[in-house]
Design a protein around this ligand. Structure first.
Ligand code: GLG
Length: 866
């Protein structure tokens, strides 16, 4: 009929936007309209929020691209030393709001889409999280990218472009976690740029044959080649033109099908190759670390070669950070390139390697220290396994022929291969264990402990040791953790190499996302109070200290408290919209959000909740009426195969059902398990929290980073003396945190007691025994289903719940008491935020840049020309 209605915005604005010359319309509006028309080929009259989000995102991307190009051009020209952050995980979350903030275009776009009839807040909600990670380690990588760009540091990230993010968590009728795939790319991803021009061929399998010319080289051929295709994600810095790159690799079969097999009528065989290649980046699965490290290194090397510098200067221009052991194969891969392709001598290659790599350890838990079976490596990456053997070859030699070593150090042995030129004198690195033997003669235990290969069936490569031996520096992620790395898992290496190789960089979080974006009202209040622009303190977070005097101002405290209250209401609305549940907002909000794991002790928390419930039930109504009202929130995913962790979720969900339906107590205690924890959900939960729980068994949580996020948003911390909790308490003052539980040095002995002198729980901790009995007795249903979980406490109690329960309950009581004095509580909250400056990821990334990578800020000059 030609009479389509314009349900959104004004027709004249849309029409003006379509005429590119109309001066009455803002550039932003015009650009959004243009993307609606061209990129999306959609019409204004049927454009929904999702379409408007897409058009806005594409329009913002245009801005990012201009800066991204200028940044890369500037780097190419100035050829500074660069750092590369290799990480199997980047937990980016949503991008649009962050890009707008960092570009300084929030208001323009808000107005722009408003004039077209849309509300920016609604559009932001349409974006799917980029959830390419499991938890803290992946989110840390994302925060570090934000800080690197904001500090104008030449840092690129390298990772994998998974087709599926971390699984979507659903909760079944009986409270069980179910996993559904997260095909996050289904709706297209406006934030990535496919670079079909940047591809590499990566070999798997095949044979590696030593060249017998005495050069130490090998020829690796045969097997299967997979194509790595680059996708670039622009990482804008806050308040700077610098826009860095995150390069994610996708795997593609090298050939669509094998023509020979196809001709022979073997269709299945023909497509088999391509199927297995596709699978590499299909799911976020921790065992496919091989392919992207090779692609990344090839890419890094190509960029380095373009500078025309000689290869021996490689470490002067490149630093590579290994985010945990997942990318450790980069070490033998760089050796392979340097020896087999660049014709370097082993020693030169090893010198370059050990001055290029840096390794961050993220856990001392034994089960998280990766070991790779030797037969698997031999099969998949025969040349890399050879090189690993070359690094350790002298050790089997020592084991089998100890006398030969001291009398004849030329090591002319045939197995494993040892190059005849390489003696202990000229190859000190390679003959690492010989040197160990020399320093600690006859200490066979030490040699076995330090071996990169663990004996057993099958033999396994200890990736953390390989990362340590092949790196220039090794660091942990909080002071206590770094100390534990140095005194436990890598102690022998500290003894051997000296302490100077080992250090600490306490983790950090980006205050852009974790304060300004997730808590805009608080951010505005801070700017107003400090009389600073947001940029002036968001990039220099210690300026928050200026808030301290305002803790004494009643009006300021009232404003502070009102914002917390509105954040609780925002969370309650979110729960109501997504789950249809009504959460009360006149209560203390107590939050524990993190991966489900026994060491993180969500179990301790839920047992504490049950204890509180039973106590409330036992009170007379008049007494009960004096109780502090509290809402407890949990969120977090359990690994799909982690039975006990899943059982904990089930318990929480079923306890919630009982408690929330109990009219006697539900005014005083409510409990929620929010499904499908994500970065976006954290952004709603964190600003609403009064108290958050970080209650790992002492010595088990390397750092934790959500503890920092809560405290930055004025939530107080209830925790054990573990990880970064300790440093938070040092900053904000011990009177502003609630600590409980045994300390790290006691843990070993307590565990020993459990095994050798067990005391019945009834005797040791009657309060806990009562809680366990209620669960066993069926108060929360389940028909005995929770017994395996309860038995982990009754038998062995590896995570020391029975040892810490009483002091945990006492700490909870102290929290209640402190909360009763509202004014004092708000003071604590303000002081906490004020003292969180240290935990900006800007501080952390600058420590890496200065003390490890030796790189400098490279600002993008104005008006750069091609
Ligand atoms: C680890 C640790 C956390 C740490 C994070 C980032 O368990 O304590 O905060 O890395 O360093 N695997 C992790 O998430």
């Amino acid at each position: 009929s030609g009479k389509e209605k314009w349900p959104k915005g004004e027709e004249k604005v849309w029409r003006a936007g379509m005429r590119s010359v109309d001066k009455n319309i803002s550039d932003v509006t015009r650009s959004v309209v243009n993307h609606v028309q061209t990129s999306l080929a959609r019409q204004p009259y049927n454009l929904d929020d999702f379409g408007a989000y897409q058009a806005s995102a594409l329009s913002v991307r245009d801005n990012l691209l201009v800066n991204w190009n200028e940044t890369q051009m500037n780097y190419t020209r100035k050829a500074p030393k660069r750092a590369y952050y290799l990480s199997l995980e980047f937990l980016m979350g949503r991008t649009l709001d962050n890009a707008l903030l960092n570009l300084g275009l929030k208001d323009q776009y808000k107005d722009g889409v408003k004039s077209l009839g849309f509300n920016m807040e609604d559009l932001l909600e349409k974006e799917r999280d980029a959830a390419l990670g499991n938890g803290g380690l992946g989110r840390l990588a994302a925060c570090y990218l934000d800080s690197s760009a904001s500090q104008e540091l030449p840092v690129w990230g390298y990772g994998l472009r998974y087709k599926y993010g971390i699984f979507q968590q659903l909760i079944s009728q009986d409270g069980e976690q179910l996993e559904a795939p997260d095909p996050w790319l289904e709706n297209q991803n406006p934030w990535e740029l496919p670079r079909i021009d940047v591809t590499y061929q990566i070999r798997f399998y095949g044979n590696a044959d030593r060249v017998t010319d005495g050069s130490g080289r090998a020829i690796w051929q045969g097997g299967q080649e997979v194509l790595a295709i680059a996708y670039d994600v622009m990482i804008p810095g806050y308040g700077t033109k610098t826009t860095n790159n995150l390069r994610l690799w996708e795997s593609k079969p090298k050939r669509g099908f094998d023509l020979n097999s196809f001709n022979a009528g073997n269709y299945e065989g023909a497509v088999e190759v391509s199927n297995s290649a596709d699978a590499i980046t299909s799911v976020l699965y921790p065992n496919d670390h091989t392919f992207w490290t090779a692609a990344s290194l090839a890419d890094i090397l190509r960029r380095f070669k373009n500078t025309g510098k000689p290869i021996k200067e490689f470490p002067d221009y490149i630093a590579i950070q290994l985010n945990d052991t997942h990318p450790t194969l980069a070490i033998p891969e760089l050796m392979r390139i340097l020896i087999d392709e660049e014709d370097l001598h082993w020693n030169q290659a090893w010198h370059i390697v050990t001055n290029t790599f840096f390794y961050t350890n993220h856990t001392v838990l034994p089960e998280a220290l990766e070991k790779w079976p030797v037969p698997l490596l031999e099969h998949v990456l025969p040349r890399h396994m050879q090189i690993i053997y070359d690094i350790v070859s002298a050790q089997s030699y020592i084991f089998h022929r100890p006398k030969l070593i001291s009398s004849d150090r030329t090591c002319m042995v045939s197995f494993p291969y040892v190059h005849p030129e390489l003696t202990a004198d000229v190859a000190p690195f390679r003959f690492f264990l010989q040197a160990v033997e020399k320093k600690y003669p006859g200490d066979r235990d030490r040699l076995a402990r330090m071996s990169l290969i663990e004996e057993g069936a099958p033999k396994q490569v200890r990736m953390a040791f390989l990362a340590c031996v092949g790196s220039r520096k090794v660091n942990g992620v909080a002071e206590l953790h770094s100390e534990l790395v140095q005194t436990t898992i890598l102690k022998d290496f500290v003894d051997f190499d000296g302490i100077s190789k080992f250090g600490n960089v306490t983790n950090g979080i980006t205050p852009r996302r974790w304060l300004d974006q997730c808590n805009p009202e608080l951010s505005a209040l801070i700017s107003k109070t400090l009389q600073l622009s947001p940029g002036a303190w968001l990039k220099e977070l210690t300026k928050l200290e200026g808030l301290l005097p305002y803790a004494e101002s009643k009006t300021f405290r009232a404003e502070w408290a009102a914002i917390k209250q509105r954040n609780k209401e925002r969370l309650a609305r979110h729960v109501e919209v997504t789950l249809g549940l009504k959460v009360r907002t006149d209560a203390m909000y107590d939050v524990q959000i993190k991966r489900l794991h026994e060491y993180k002790r969500q179990t301790l928390n839920i047992l504490g909740v049950i204890h509180r419930y039973l106590t409330l039930k036992s009170l007379k109504p008049a007494e009960r009426a004096k109780a502090n009202r509290k809402v407890v929130f949990f969120a977090g995913k359990a690994a799909p195969a982690y039975y006990i962790a899943k059982l904990t979720i089930r318990l929480i969900v079923n306890v919630a059902r009982v408690i929330n339906a109990d009219p006697e107590t539900n005014e005083y205690l409510q409990l929620y398990f929010l499904p499908d924890y994500s970065v976006s959900l954290a952004e709603v939960l964190i600003p609403a929290s009064d108290i958050s729980q970080h209650i790992s068994t002492a010595g088990t949580e390397a750092s934790g980073t959500s503890n920092m996020k809560f405290c930055l948003n004025g939530g107080l911390l209830l925790g054990t003396v573990d990880g970064a909790n300790i440093e938070i308490a040092e900053e904000v003052g011990e009177s502003n945190v609630f600590f409980f539980g045994h300390l790290t040095p006691a843990v070993e002995d307590l565990r020993y007691q459990h095994v050798y002198h067990p005391v019945p729980i009834e005797q040791k901790c009657p309060a806990l025994a009562q809680v366990l009995n209620q669960i066993s007795g069926g108060l929360f249903g389940g028909d005995g289903v929770y017994e395996p979980l309860l038995n982990t406490i009754r038998q062995g109690d590896y995570y020391l719940l029975t040892d810490d329960f009483d002091s945990y309950i006492a700490a909870l009581a102290m929290v209640d008491e402190a909360y009763l004095d509202k004014e004092e509580w708000i003071k604590k909250s303000i002081k906490t935020t004020a003292k969180m400056g240290k935990f900006s990821s800007d501080r952390a990334i600058n420590e890496y840049a200065e003390s490890y990578w030796n790189i400098e800020a490279i600002p993008v000059p104005d008006g750069i020309v091609a």
